[in-house]
Design a protein around this ligand. Structure first.
Ligand code: 26V
Length: 800
């Protein structure tokens, strides 16, 4: 299509005239972006077709990754890089006076996810394609992604997100591949040759229309597919108010749910889940039937992975197709289903475990409910053999109990593989949260420590560092991230370390410009950039970070000569709109920021910044510019964390608890290259079980704690009365469930060590380098290779 910048320019200019009926001089940046996007999509289409053909003719096993979230961010540069045309395009555009970076800004983030879970799905797609693995995504094409956050007077305000306003150049609507999804209605049984045949009558039908997006691998010919489903009114007649029907239908794919901790049990969310599952399973089976006459070996040719329990209805839905449409026996259908489905657990927080009231589930999905009941009955009967007489345990393990359907139990029973997302998390699942299930299905449990795609989070977002690495050790790390290890040979090389520092400073300057523009605050790049960016949750303990800042401020006020290395504390976090406490923490951060930044006496030592609307594209500017990475969750609560890996890969050094993947980061970099503090998971679990922690004692015994906690309510930070009472109460009246006060002293201590280490750059720079050099282990390529071998049993054929 184009192989040099001249050809590129020629096509590009012709396209602008033909598509928009404008001369180049009249065209806008958006015209340029859309034209380029369409050119890229055409460029990729040949390989897309060939990949699908290859999969068909080789009869390769296909894996479908079902996820209610895909947090993709922007795709322009990633696609250019993967296709290996970034240089040609940049040059061609440059000659036309177009800056590729300005074009990049035109693209809206595809924010179809809340945080870690959704971003993990996006990283996995990149690794699957880059490793030539036959793995595809199935998700929902939400009209509105995660809300946009504005900060007004220190408070979070939410605005609806509008990523589709100017269209989405990367998608192809495939109306001819639509699927009908039934809701409500009733199930009737008829006798057919001595076998009961069930059919779903009077259902309200919703049409699921697929929009496909190409997922090109990095410099390979593999192009996989991300299929996002959109809900539309069905052409089938309905006997109800047509306007209401249209609204109800479209609402299914209208909004992404913005809460990732509290299972609200909202009917619309269950509708979304079944919509995704039913559309995906039926389109997978339709494609399969075109190639195969029967579904007897389905599990040998298809793997279906469910990302958390949100798509767990894939289990009864697959059973339904095999039983009702294929007329299989229960045992045969169950055998196939439980050899097809694999499941990842992402949290042990009990508030997040999905449970659906039967009174909502049964009428909405009557046939699916019958099948779940049957699965439950057979399972409970089998439990009697394992735990004879232990009624209490059987009741606790049941899929349906006390008029609720427990989605995690369904996932555990109906899948052949259950994995946690970091070593400690998997151990907690096996030994505690899911121990009863582990006792009867030990072979199902396995760990797959999370990873991130180094192609977005290093190669794309930190091009200067990527170049330096290539100069130092070549470019093999782009395909084999483990090769980053070779960087260790520079750990005493002053020249190299100096370059590393220079690049960090440039990235800090770039972020400082963004901060200035967004908040008006000037920050000094000579200060330590200390960053906590992630969703706002009590267990992530942004509060511990703020209390420490308040304490530093108090110390500086008490003793102006107090020796602290200048620091800029940077936060970014969205709170779920209904999460009262989390919103108060945002207000607290902004209140402290205002006081600290407005006090000339601490100006050279302390700055606090809250960046609004934290999202993938902003994150790409933050990770490369960070010195200190805050990973300070209450031990045992953060399943893995993936931001921790992004900081590390960009030379940020972790201050963290022994939680999630922090533990594995510590294992690869060594104790000397990370700052660990606080309670360990066993200690937290012990206190939770046996008591023995009394937050008030810490308040009374430590005057630093007393001072900062009192400042929450004594008007010190100029807030209106009662503003932070909920926070104060959580610490003192509710016994500080997340052990903030318990870990305070240890956190203050480690933070002072961080300051000392940074002051000694001879010490800091090698530490930073060693973090980068060992980050290859946390590439999602490693993770996906483990899934491919250990769970899915698929192989990439050696094409490049
Ligand atoms: C849970 C729920 C609960 C019901 C309401 C809607 C909803 C939406 C999303 C979720 C997912 C919460 C689980 C989650 O995001 N876990 C995070 O997964 C990351 C990737 O494995 C991991 O790094 C984080 O530690 C973990 O918190």
């Amino acid at each position: 299509m184009f192989s040099n910048s001249e050809e590129f320019k020629e096509t590009f200019l012709k396209r602008i005239e033909m598509t928009y009926g404008k001369t180049f001089a009249e065209s806008t940046k958006r015209d340029h972006f859309n034209t380029l996007g369409h050119m890229i999509r055409e460029y990729v289409s040949r390989n897309w077709i060939e990949t699908n053909e290859r999969y068909r003719t080789n009869k390769e096993k296909q894996v479908y990754y079902l996820s209610i979230e895909f947090l993709l961010g922007r795709l322009l540069k990633q696609n250019l890089l993967s296709l290996g045309i970034d240089k040609v395009v940049e040059e061609g555009l440059g000659e036309l006076g177009i800056d590729i970076n300005e074009l990049e800004e035109i693209e809206a983030d595809a924010a179809l996810g809340n945080g870690g879970l959704g971003r993990l799905a996006a990283c996995f797609l990149d690794s699957l394609a880059s490793l030539n693995l036959p793995g595809h995504g199935c998700g929902i094409r939400y009209k509105h992604g995660l809300f946009e956050q504005k900060i007004v007077d220190g408070y979070q305000v939410e605005l609806p997100e509008q990523w589709l306003r100017n269209g989405n150049v990367w998608e192809v609507r495939k109306a001819d591949l639509s699927v009908e999804v039934p809701f409500w209605g009733k199930v009737t049984a008829s006798n057919e040759n001595g076998r009961l045949k069930f059919s779903h009558m009077d259902a309200e039908m919703v049409t699921a229309v697929p929009y496909d997006m190409p997922v090109p691998g990095y410099e390979t010919r593999t192009v996989n597919t991300l299929r996002l489903w959109s809900a539309e009114p069905s052409p089938y007649p309905v006997n109800q108010d047509i306007l209401k029907y249209k609204r109800d239908t479209e609402s299914i794919s209208e909004f992404l749910y913005p809460d990732d901790t509290h299972d609200e049990g909202k009917i619309l969310r269950l509708k979304q889940q079944y919509f995704l599952v039913s559309a995906s399973i039926n389109s997978i089976i339709r494609a399969y039937r075109k190639q195969n006459s029967s579904l007897t070996d389905f599990h040998q040719h298809v793997g279906i992975h469910i990302n958390d329990t949100h798509p767990v209805l894939a289990i009864p839905e697959l059973m339904r197709v095999l039983l009702d449409e294929e007329q299989m026996s229960w045992d045969e259908a169950w055998n196939i289903t439980t050899k097809t489905i694999s499941y990842t657990n992402h949290t042990t927080l009990s508030e997040a475990l999905e449970k659906w009231p039967v009174r909502i589930f049964q009428p909405l999905l009557p046939r699916i409910y019958m099948i779940v009941e049957e699965i439950n009955e057979r399972f409970c009967r089998s439990l009697w053999d394992y735990f004879p007489g232990d009624w209490h345990r059987i009741e606790n393990m049941a899929i349906i109990a006390h008029d609720e359907v427990k989605m995690a139990h369904l996932a555990l029973v109906g899948s052949y593989s259950v994995n946690g997302v970091a070593a400690i998390h998997t151990e907690i699942l096996k030994q505690r949260e899911m121990n009863s299930f582990y006792q009867i299905f030990p072979e199902k449990f396995n760990n797959k420590t999370n990873g991130i795609t180094h192609r977005r989070w290093l190669l794309k977002s930190n091009p200067k560092l990527a170049n330096l690495i290539c100069e130092g050790i070549g470019d093999s790390w782009i395909k084999r991230p483990g090769d980053l290890k070779e960087l260790e040979k520079y750990k005493q090389d002053h020249g190299f370390l100096e370059e590393l520092y220079r690049i960090k400073q440039e990235n800090k300057q770039h972020l400082a410009n963004i901060i200035k523009e967004q908040t008006g605050v000037s920050v000094d790049t000579a200060s330590i950039f200390d960053v906590q960016v992630k969703r706002l949750h009590a267990y992530k303990r942004q509060l511990l970070n703020v209390l420490h800042i308040m304490h530093l401020y108090n110390q500086l006020k008490r003793d102006p000569s107090f020796d602290i290395y200048p620091r800029t504390f940077i936060f970014g976090a969205k709170a779920s709109p209904g999460y009262y406490y989390a919103k108060k923490i945002i207000k607290l951060i902004n209140t402290v920021a205002k006081k600290v930044n407005g006090d000339p006496s601490v100006r050279d030592k302390l700055k606090v910044v809250f960046l609004e609307n934290y999202r993938v594209s902003l994150a790409e500017n933050i990770f490369p510019a960070t010195d200190v990475s805050e990973q300070i969750s209450t031990a045992s609560k953060e399943a893995s964390g993936t931001g921790n890996m992004k900081f590390m890969m960009n030379g940020g050094i972790t201050v963290g608890t022994l939680d999630g993947a922090n533990i594995e980061i510590k294992d690869v970099v060594g104790n000397e290259n990370i700052f660990i503090f606080g309670l360990k998971a066993e200690e937290v679990l012990h206190f939770q079980q046996n008591g023995g922690y009394h937050s008030l004692e810490y308040y009374h015994l430590d005057k630093r704690i007393r001072q900062v906690v009192n400042q929450l309510t004594d008007g010190f930070f100029d807030q209106s009365e009662g503003e932070f009472e909920a926070i104060y109460d959580s610490l003192l009246m509710q016994n500080d469930q997340y052990f903030v006060l318990k870990d305070f002293a240890s956190y203050v201590q480690i933070q002072s060590e961080v300051g000392d280490a940074y002051k000694d750059q001879q010490k800091w720079r090698p530490m930073s380098l060693i973090n980068i050099a060992n980050s290859g282990h946390f590439s999602s390529d490693r993770t996906i290779e483990e899934y491919a071998k250990g769970i899915w049993n698929i192989q990439g054929i050696g094409i490049t």
